[in-house]
Design a protein around this ligand. Structure first.
Ligand code: SIN
Length: 285
């Protein structure tokens, strides 16, 4: 007997990520099927669904099964839906949104629980997304290092990934609409190690895109420790790589993963739809 009766769940690497089959995301899920998807999500941290046909309203309905959706934009989004963001790279764009390891929005007091990305148009080759398992990264640290990190907090900010260098040119339409109160310009203090609120697992919770410094340390100490943690967190043993096709959807647990958009498809177009699901304040216990 397998762990799942309503869906199929096939891991795509030793680290994290599983492809889910036997489900049409256009249809509402019954409770038993949703319970299996939820279980697979907590176990594998990233779920991938292939060959789905989701217009924006159906994507919203899918996301709502996992919690309340964030409104991502101060103005109505491109489809008249403020919860959906189009992430597009045109053939002559140099930058790709998210081509640096990160988790989503740790600069918010309550960072998202999860994010979903749906492929509308993908390059013939390249444009993969990589994911890294921050529970595994934590587990692989020595006990003295874990003890040291457990007491630390870090300041996380939005600007880098939204800057020109971080790919922010993709967000120019949103820039026009931004106000001073836009959360993307905020900072939040987060624990360096957080406890996953559902599984109780400990998670390495700093990332190269958003973590500015560790509180209470000198600039040199903080930079050296973060550099070690970034090298450690991006070790190949903690990573999976997903190759998109039109109609593929990824749903990741933003509380315990990093992701990275490979920017390796010059001259080609890629268009994705993205949403995030509200989360809770990060804590260490
Ligand atoms: C993101 O960082 O949210 C975008 C990831 C991707 O486009 O692959």
């Amino acid at each position: 007997m397998t762990d799942y009766e309503r869906i199929t769940v096939t891991p795509i690497s030793g680290a994290l990520g599983a492809e889910v089959g036997g489900i049409d995301l256009r249809e509402p899920s019954d409770d038993a099927t949703q319970a299996e998807v939820d279980r697979a999500f907590l176990k594998h941290h990233v779920l991938f669904f292939r060959d789905q046909q989701l217009e924006p309203e159906r994507l919203l309905a899918f996301g709502s099964r996992f919690g309340e959706l964030n409104v991502l934009q101060p103005l109505v989004g491109p489809d008249g839906l403020p919860e959906i963001m189009r992430v597009t790279k045109e053939p002559d764009d140099d930058y790709a949104v998210g081509h640096v390891w990160h988790s989503d929005a740790p600069y918010a007091e309550t960072p998202p629980k999860a994010s979903a990305l749906y492929a509308v148009e993908v390059p013939e080759r390249g444009g993969d997304t990589l994911f890294a398992n921050m529970c595994a990264a934590y587990d692989a640290l020595s006990e003295p290092m874990r003890e040291r990190l457990a007491k630390l907090t870090a300041v996380n900010g939005g600007p880098y990934i939204y800057s020109e260098r971080g790919g922010g040119s993709q967000f120019s339409a949103r820039d026009d609409a931004r106000t001073e109160g836009d959360p993307v310009f905020s900072t939040a203090v987060q624990p360096v190690i957080r406890t996953h609120p559902e599984t109780g697992r400990r998670v390495l919770y700093v990332n190269p895109a958003h973590t500015e410094y560790i509180e209470g340390m000198s600039q040199g100490e903080s930079a050296a420790l973060l550099a070690f943690l970034y090298r450690h967190g991006s070790r190949p043993e903690f990573i999976c790589r997903f190759h998109w096709r039109p109609g593929s959807l990824a749903l990741w647990d933003n509380r315990c993963t990093w992701h990275y958009a490979a920017n390796d498809y010059p001259g080609q177009r890629r268009e994705m739809l993205r949403l995030t699901i509200k989360g809770d304040r990060a804590f260490y216990a």
